[in-house]
Design a protein around this ligand. Structure first.
Ligand code: ADP
Ligand code: MG
Length: 263
């Protein structure tokens, strides 16, 4: 398709067989206020195609707002954001086309409670991509298999643990063949014993070459999986670099304070 051809210039092939490409993100001079409250005060950051960036910082520092600006759930006051070939902040951006390239996984899984796991994973590809039932089910079962939940495809969400529901949410997002995945504290609402399986699925996705921007308090995951860690405080990027630097040997006092509190 023309979309793929255009993206190919700045993207790499991802996850064998699917022919998915990875889109990068570039954020320049991003400002966002809610009334008098300036939440993002000039953010510059990027995620290269296929890169995994973990975004860390205290509650209220603007991490969720930043993620929500990327897929335009929030409208920035100033600055530019590009996702692959889409300029998210352009007045004429095709938001539907852009959002189809972006998978998002939240703290709350937001599965449809009245649908089976399989139906949760097929409804959007059928409605939005016009896939047949059989086509959508084949893809959904492949994605559920990848997160280890194919055998639970006929269950309702409330018959699954929180961690299993979150893995369904990841599989559901992947059925749309996104080029970028945004994660907003995907394990923060989970029982500790189910966190590991979710992180393992995210790690596999990272290893498959997906572009990922992950807000997380899981410093172990960030150290092991992130190509880069970005520390935000009060609406600004304070420090960024490899996890071994930002988490292992932070230079900025605010980063040091934050890590002393979470580690
Ligand atoms: P984080 O995800 O780092 O905890 P958020 O981006 O959720 O931070 O919030 C940053 C600040 O923006 C907070 O002060 C929060 O109250 C405010 N905020 C976030 N969303 C809204 C909104 N829709 N309306 C008003 N204020 C908001
Ligand atoms: Mg948040």
């Amino acid at each position: 398709t023309p979309t793929r051809a255009t993206a190919a210039a700045s993207a790499q092939d991802v996850s064998g067989g699917h022919g998915t490409t990875a889109a990068g993100v570039t954020i320049t001079g991003l400002h966002k206020s809610f009334g008098d409250n300036e939440v993002l005060k000039g953010i510059d950051m990027s995620v290269a195609p296929g890169e995994v960036v973990c975004l860390i910082g205290a509650s209220g520092s603007g991490k969720s707002t930043l993620l929500r600006c990327v897929n335009r759930l929030e409208t920035p006051n100033a600055g530019t954001i590009t996702v692959g070939e889409h300029e998210a902040t352009h007045p004429d951006v095709n938001l539907d086309a852009m959002r189809r390239q972006i998978g998002m996984v939240f703290q709350q899984f937001n599965l449809f409670p009245h649908l089976s796991v399989l139906e949760n994973c097929t409804i959007t590809p059928r409605r939005v991509l016009g896939q047949s039932k059989a086509e959508a089910e084949t893809e959904a079962l492949a994605q559920l298999d990848a997160v280890g939940l194919k055998h639970l495809s006929e269950r309702r969400p409330d018959q699954l643990s929180g961690g299993q529901q979150q893995r369904v949410a990841i599989a559901r997002a992947l059925t749309m063949k996104p080029q970028l995945m945004l994660f907003d504290e995907p394990t923060s609402a989970l029982d500790p014993e189910t966190v590991g399986d979710v992180l393992a699925s995210m790690r596999e996705l990272a290893e498959a070459g997906m572009t990922m921007l992950v807000v997380t308090h899981e410093m172990g995951f960030a150290r092991e999986v992130a190509d880069r860690v970005v520390f935000m405080d009060q609406g600004l990027v304070v420090e960024e670099g490899p996890a071994s630097s930002v988490i292992g040997a932070p230079q900025q006092p605010r980063t040091q304070d934050f890590l002393r509190r979470v580690l």
